[in-house]
Ligand binder design. Structure first.
Ligand SMILES: NC(=O)c1ccc[n+]([C@@H]2O[C@H](COP(=O)([O-])OP(=O)(O)OC[C@H]3O[C@@H](n4cnc5c(N)ncnc54)[C@H](OP(=O)(O)O)[C@@H]3O)[C@@H](O)[C@H]2O)c1
Length: 296
């Protein structure tokens, strides 16, 4: 589907939202973007985006966005504030969006959820058919937001949910920062797989979903690169790249998501997204992604 001249509304225009805004503007779309932060609004207006400063969870923005969005991307994050922040931005935010969409025509909606909705561990492959019962507290909140969108199918032309893995990219490279800082020791044994996705692969996937044939609708896709890799291998490779000794893994308890004793170990599959849309990551593993960051 040709997106040139279409109107895109981005709800929560942060790291991912701004990357999509850049691609969308380059493809000739008109873009409105919501943020709570006036400084952020000034930054995104430089991308040729019309910023609206308001809290998604309220209805303060409803009258401030011109009705008739062909495309909507809800990529709001928790924005701090613990579980209350999660509930406010994700669940109340989605409910506010649905209330707006029931009053104005809205076309295709894409929501960026997270692979944290999957509780699986033990090295299993996780595709979109995997059960989500047993997800942690934050995962359950995201599932509630997903359900609010799925339950409002009549409010929009069609919806898609993208479950994103760990995001990294320019300006966001936590493991590289740790290794560069000479971190001598990391918690855990480093054997669990990291499931990562580069920011620029997220934005191309979102654009591909927005432009997908109208017959495709109501789908959930995992969004992750091709190569889940044990954490120890990632930090060892990074250490080699920056000429630092590789951190040792202490073997003690590793930091885990709320409600879990250890980080999950699973291989998230992107096969469904590839098959449905022909999308391919430009950075199929952390190696290509971090190499680009290091050489920038
Ligand atoms: N980070 C990860 O590794 C990861 C993993 C899986 C999934 N995801 C999902 O990926 C999506 C994109 O993440 P990201 O890294 O782009 O997040 P981000 O950089 O934090 O951007 C989110 C934006 O939403 C804004 N926001 C938060 N609450 C809001 C509200 N109530 N009303 C209006 N704006 C609000 C934030 O700005 P203000 O707070 O200044 O308003 C921020 O600009 C999110 O949905 C996130 O849950 C992230």
């Amino acid at each position: 589907m040709d997106l040139h001249g279409k109107r895109l509304v981005i709800l929560g225009c942060g790291y991912v939202g701004a990357a999509v805004a850049r691609l969308a503007r380059a493809a000739g779309l008109q873009v409105d973007a919501l943020t709570r932060n006036p400084t952020r609004a000034a930054e995104i207006s430089e991308l040729g985006v019309n910023p609206v400063v308001a809290d998604l969870a309220t209805d303060a923005w409803h009258e401030r966005i011109v009705p008739g969005a062909d495309l909507v991307l809800n990529c709001v994050s928790a924005g701090g504030g613990g579980l209350d922040g999660y509930r406010g931005s994700y669940v109340e935010g989605m409910r506010s969006f649905v209330a707006w969409a029931r009053r104005v025509p809205v076309g295709t909606v894409v929501y960026t959820s997270s692979t944290s909705v999957y509780p699986q561990s033990g090295g299993v492959v996780v595709d979109e058919t995997a059960l989500t019962e047993g997800a942690g507290e934050t995962g359950r909140i995201l599932l509630e937001a997903e359900a609010a969108l799925r339950g409002a199918a009549g409010a929009c032309g069609r919806w898609f949910i993208l479950r994103l893995a760990g995001i990294y990219g320019p300006g966001r490279h936590h493991f590289l920062d740790q290794v560069r800082a000479g971190t001598a020791e990391m918690k855990g044994d480093g054997s669990h797989h990291l499931n990562l996705v580069h920011r620029d692969d997220i934005s191309t996937a979102i654009m591909a979903v927005l432009a997908s044939p109208p017959a495709l609708r109501g789908e959930i896709f995992n969004l992750v690169d091709d190569t889940p890799t044990p954490k120890a291998e990632v930090v060892q490779w990074l250490a080699g790249q920056v000429g630092q000794p590789a951190p040792l893994f202490s073997g003690g308890p590793a930091s885990a998501r709320r409600g879990f004793l250890s980080p999950p170990d699973r291989l998230i599959s992107n096969a469904k997204l590839k098959a449905a849309l022909g999308w391919r990551p430009q950075f199929p593993s952390f190696r290509e992604g971090y190499a680009a960051i290091l050489s920038a």
